[in-house]
Design a protein around this ligand. Structure first.
Ligand code: C2E
Ligand code: MG
Ligand code: MG
Ligand code: MG
Length: 297
């Protein structure tokens, strides 16, 4: 068989690999600069109680405000950050940013008691590299202590795939966070290769059904069945479910009827910057004339 010795053909596939790794290196360098220049932003997307449409919390979703490219979405850079461990620094930034913005969101919620049925939570996305650091629970705990934010306010979202890469390390870190009072959600549930036996060992407080199953659930019986199965599983464990990617009112109604507690999706609001998040919190569930008064105040 031909070998790839010096001077071997630079095949199209090798060339593609090479270009992809150059791309990744450039993105990695750019991400480092972005951290130093403070070019990241947290957008926030509402999560609601499906029964009442009261505001339950927000998910923080990172954006990169690139000086030339404009707003860059996480799928374009988070995978590179995860491959290079830069993700650890990005998560540290996310955690400190949560410490800054969460008190503002809670103040906005206090101005509109009609918005909520209880205390708001904030979800952040964390990766396996974060959990692999023994210092992770302490890093987050320190932010909570120094800001006075109740630990139960914070939810950590992790994907099955991330957990399964290092189940022992992830379980250890998540257990410490859980003991400190934080919530733990499995994100994109149903898309990873889930080992149910492992899931039962994780200190999980929420399951998030991936939007792949919510999309077309009204026309695809198999999607509906999967959602039903996840709801039953969550019920067995005794934890609530968040359905992601709800775009249609009819999807929200169907999910509520199936007993899904929480929903997230464009139907209730897209991810938006902090200023808009504060405005929508102050106006949530108020009659339009009331909302106008609040916005004008
Ligand atoms: P995710 O955690 O599953 O977040 C949900 C994604 O679905 C978000 O995409 C959100 O904008 C999108 N989405 C929400 N509702 C709808 C809907 O009704 N329709 C459609 N089509 N999409 C909807 P986004 O913001 O682009 O984030 C993509 C992924 O990037 C996230 O998926 C998460 O895995 C990752 N990510 C985002 N922020 C962070 C972060 O701060 N740290 C880490 N490690 N990962 C992050
Ligand atoms: Mg998430
Ligand atoms: Mg998700
Ligand atoms: Mg996702």
């Amino acid at each position: 068989a031909p070998t790839r010795a010096a001077g071997a053909h630079f095949t199209p596939s090798l060339k593609a690999d090479f270009e992809a790794s150059i791309d990744a290196m450039m993105t990695e360098r750019a991400l480092r600069l972005a951290l130093n220049r403070n070019e990241f932003e947290l957008y926030l997307q509402p999560i609601v109680h499906l029964g009442t449409e009261a505001l339950a919390g927000f998910e923080a979703l990172i954006r990169w405000r690139h000086p030339e490219k404009g707003l860059v979405h996480p799928m374009a850079f988070i995978p590179v950050a995860e491959a290079s461990e830069l993700i650890v620094e990005i998560t540290q930034w996310v955690v400190s940013e949560v410490g800054r913005i969460m008190p503002e969101i809670m103040r906005a919620a206090l101005q509109n008691p009609a918005a909520t049925d209880g205390p708001l939570f904030l979800s952040i996305n964390v990766s396996g590299h974060d959990l692999a650091r023994a210092s992770f629970p302490e890093m987050v705990g320190e932010m909570l202590r120094s800001t006075g934010i109740a630990p139960s306010t914070l939810k950590l979202e992790i994907t099955e795939t991330t957990v399964m890469r290092d189940p022992v390390g992830a379980t250890e870190a998540l257990s410490q966070c859980r003991e400190a009072g934080m919530g733990v959600a499995i994100d994109d549930f149903g898309t990873g290769y889930s080992s149910l036996s492992y899931l039962s060992k994780l200190p999980i407080t929420t399951l998030k059904v991936d939007r792949e199953f919510v999309r077309a659930m009204l026309t695809t019986p198999s999607n509906r069945k999967i959602i039903q199965t996840i709801l039953r599983l969550a019920d067995e464990i005794g934890i609530p479910v968040v359905a992601e990617g709800i775009e249609e009112p009819a999807e929200a109604d169907a999910l509520a009827e199936m007993g899904c507690a929480y929903g997230q999706g464009y139907r209730f609001g897209r991810p938006v910057p902090l200023a808009e998040t504060l405005a929508l919190t102050k106006a949530w569930r108020l009659a339009p004339y009331d909302a106008a008064l609040i916005v004008a105040a």
